[in-house]
Design a protein around this ligand. Structure first.
Ligand code: PHE
Ligand code: FE
Length: 257
């Protein structure tokens, strides 16, 4: 796949050392600029749960130390973050989630990728994903997702389940009293798509529908054409609680893919 991280030092579960002291001052400065740019957008476009959580993280000045963040997280929702070299195989990823460990990439993008990056880096993983791990319902949902991922592997249905992750955890929208807001990490960490997903007239914004999500293909290298909107993390939790086994079977027999 041509991933850019250094996988040579990774353990069997793909864990590496964060080696915080090895970040260059320019990297902390770039992280700070990314953080500042997004911080101007989130009051208008992010869901309230995310906004509340980031305030307690003190993560604006430099690339955060994962061990300190994990300490806070463990006491709040029992999650911790695990440093990894980048994207990791499905089984390792699902296993981490199923044990309330969220893998976070250690490296930061290059300055020329300020506006857009396809591969997740520490800014996307941290800024986009980690704050919501402080929300109890979201945190519990992601734990269930991890267990569901291991099950989907046994049922040869990872492709269907991955679409759920994509249209919720990465690119999900939520109805709030202030209007539609983003909770997906790919949106929260994006300079352009965060406003686009909420305000632009072009994309479809459909009410969350599990089976429709599982039947919807996505592109990883451009703004989404379709978003799915939940009413709350409780709704997401509730609608993903049923056993997916019969759903997988049905969708697989009705889809040509
Ligand atoms: N209910 C799903 C199953 O039976 C597991 C799951 C829960 C998947 C939450 C995703 C999110 O496979
Ligand atoms: Fe992500």
């Amino acid at each position: 796949m041509g991933l850019r991280g250094d996988y040579s030092r990774a353990g069997a579960d793909f864990r590496v050392e964060q080696d915080w002291g090895a970040y260059a001052p320019e990297e902390h400065a770039l992280y700070r600029r990314l953080f500042e740019r997004q911080s101007k957008l989130v009051p208008r476009y992010a869901c309230p749960e995310w906004i509340e959580a980031i305030a307690g993280l003190d993560a604006a000045q430099e690339i955060p130390r994962f061990d300190l963040i994990s300490k806070k997280l463990r006491t709040r929702t029992g999650w911790e973050i695990v440093p990894v070299p980048g994207l990791i195989p499905d089984e390792a990823f699902f296993t981490h989630l199923a044990n309330r460990r969220f893998p976070v990439t250690v490296w930061l993008r290059k300055p020329e990728e300020f506006d857009y990056i396809v591969e997740p880096d520490v800014f996307h993983d941290f800024f986009g994903h980690v704050p919501l791990l402080f929300d109890r319902t979201y945190a519990d949902h992601l734990h269930e997702y991890g267990k569901g991922g291991l099950k989907a592997m046994r049922l040869d249905a990872v492709k269907l389940l991955a679409r759920l992750y994509w249209f919720t955890i990465e690119f999900g929208l939520m109805n709030t009293p202030q209007g539609v807001r983003a909770y997906g990490a790919g949106l929260l960490s994006s300079g352009g798509e965060l406003a686009y997903c909420v305000e632009d007239a072009r994309p479809r914004r459909l009410p969350f529908d599990l089976e429709r999500v599982m039947c919807t293909e996505y592109q990883i290298d451009r703004y989404q054409e379709t978003y799915f909107v939940i009413d709350s993390f409780e709704q997401l939790m509730r609608e993903t609680a049923p056993d997916f086994t019969p759903i997988y079977a049905r969708l697989r027999s009705s889809l040509v893919s």
